[in-house]
Ligand binder design. Sequence first.
Ligand code: ADP
Length: 586
Amino acid sequence: MSQATQDSVREDGIIASVSGPVVIARDLDARMNDVVYVGKEGLMGEVIEIEGDLTTIQVYEETSGVGPGEPVENTGEPLTVDLGPGMLDAIYDGVQRPLDVLESKMDSAFLDRGVDAPGIDLEKKWEFEPAVSEGDEVAPGDIVGTVPETVTIEHKVMVPPDFEGGEVVAIEAGEFSVTEAVVELDNGEEVTMHQEWPVRRARPSKDKKTPREPLVSGQRILDGLFPIAKGGTAAIPGPFGSGKTVTQHQLAKWADADIVVYVGCGERGNEMTEVIEDFPELDDPKTGNPLMARTCLIANTSNMPVAARESCIYTGITIAEYYRDMGYDVALMADSTSRWAEAMREISSRLEEMPGEEGYPAYLAARLSEFYERAGYFETINDQEGSVSVIGAVSPPGGDFSEPVTQNTLRIVKTFWALDADLAERRHFPAINWNESYSLYQSQLDPWFVENVKDDWPEERQWAVDVLDEENELQEIVQLVGKDALPEDQQLTLEVARYLREAYLQQNAFHPTDTFCSPEKTYGILTAIHTFNDEAFKALEAGVPVEEIQSIDAAPQLNRIGVQEDWEVFIEELKDEITEQLRAQY
Ligand code: ADP
C-alpha cells in the first residue's frame, strides 16, 4: 500500500459507530473508494458508501477497542498498490504490506494494528540499464530501461500509463532507488521505477486478443483433456480435501508462466503458512533458480480481518497486470474465491444491504465477472504481447456446486476443473472428474499442440475421451448385472479405460518425477495405452479370451510410465513388449 497517501491528508471526520470491520464516520469529506485512516491508531480503511453526512468505511484491520468520537482522516486517494522492482520474492498481506517488514517493525509474528509499510523497498538501490537514449520520443507504457529484479526476471521500467510522454532529455545507467528519477522528459515529467495504481481499476491495454497458446501445466489431465490458454480463465471447485490447494500449488510450481502471483485468500492459516514455508524452498524447473524469483505471494489467512480479504484479489490482479504490461505471461492463482465472496457477504450484511441468493450481495456476479474480465491475452499499450491467466479455486460448502459462488463462476470462466470427493476418497488424484470438467479453449489450442507436440494430438485425445465416455455408460450396466455379464469386447474396453484412468489421468503430485509431465510425455503415455488397445482387440478378434489378454505382465507396466525419467525409451520398449506378449497368444 502506498505511503504517499499518508502525506496528503485532506479532511477529518469523527467515528459515529463501529460494527466489526465496518465503521461509520460523520462529517467526513470523502469520495467513494477513498482510503482513510480510522481512529487514534490510524487503521487503514476504504470508503464504500456515502449517504448524507454519513460515510461508511470498511477497515482493513481488527477494530475492537475503536469507538465513536475518534478521528477519521481522509487521504483523498483510492486504494493503490506500489508497483516496481522488489515485488517478486515478496510476501504481502491483502493491502500489499510486506509481511517480513511488518514483522520486523513489530518484532513479532502477530500483526499489530495501524502499522503501515510501503509495498516495495523505497531505499534499496537497483542497477538501472537504459533502453532508450536522449532525444528518443517515448509514449505512455514504453520501456525506458531494465533492472535485474531477481535472478530469473528482468524488470522493465515503463513510462506510467497516465503520463503524457515526450522526448527524453536525460537518462543514464547507474544505481537508483525506486523514488529517484531515471528518465527526464522535455515536458518536465520524470520517470521513476515506482508506479502507483488504484487496485479496483484495470490497467489500460490496447487490445484483447483470442488466446492461442496453452498455459502448459505439466498435469496430464489438464494439458491433455482440459487445457487452459495463456490469458484464459479457469475455476477449480471442490469440496474440502479434494485437492484444490494441491492443484493450485502444482500450477504455481509448474505452469509455464513467466510470473506467478499467488493469492491465498482467507484459507485456513496453517495452509497459507505451508505456502510461505514451502515456496521459498522450491526451485523453478525451467531455470533451476528459486521459484520465488518469479513469484509474488499474497497471504491473507482467515484470521486476518475480513475486509483485507476482500481487497487481496484486487491487489493481486493489479500486480499481475503490471508484469503483463512488460510483455510477460503471468498466472494468477486465487485460493479461494469463496472466502473472498464470503468477505463480501459479511461486509454487505453489516451494511444491511438487501441480500441476494444465500445471503450473498446482489452484486456478487458482477464482482466475480469484473475480476475474471481482467484476465486475457493482451496487446499492451507499448505494442508488446502479455497475458494474465486467472485460476480461481472455489470451495462450495459441502461440495454442492449449485451454490451461488460456483454457479456464478461457471458462467464466466472457460475452463472448469471439477474436483470430486468420491475420486479423492478412492485416492484417485488429481481428483478431477473427467465427466464433469470442460475446457472451451480446446479447439483454439489444438493447432498449437499439433504444431508443437504431435500432429494427431486432437485425434488421440478424442480417442481417450470416447473410451472414457463408453466406460461411463458401461459402468451403469456393470452396477446392475456385474462385469462378467458384459460381452468380451466391452470387458476389454473397461480394461483399456482402467489404464487410461490409472496411467494417464492419475498423477502423483508428490512424486519427484511424476509431479511434472511434459506435453510430449502426456502424449507418449496415451499412445502406449492406445497400442495396448489396438493389440488387445486384435488378439480378441483372433479368439484369445479376454482374461488371457488382461493377464499379460507387460500391461501393468503402463502404470509405471509416469514415474520414469527416461520415459521415451521406456515407452518404446513397453509398446514392443505388449505387442509381443499379445501376439504370442495367437
Ligand atoms: P483442498 O484444498 O481441496 O481442501 P488439498 O489440496 O489440501 O484439498 O488436498 C487434500 C489431500 O489430497 C492432500 O493433502 C493430498 O494428500 C491429496 N492430494 C490432492 N491432490 C493430489 C495429487 N495430485 N497427488 C497426490 N495427492 C493429492
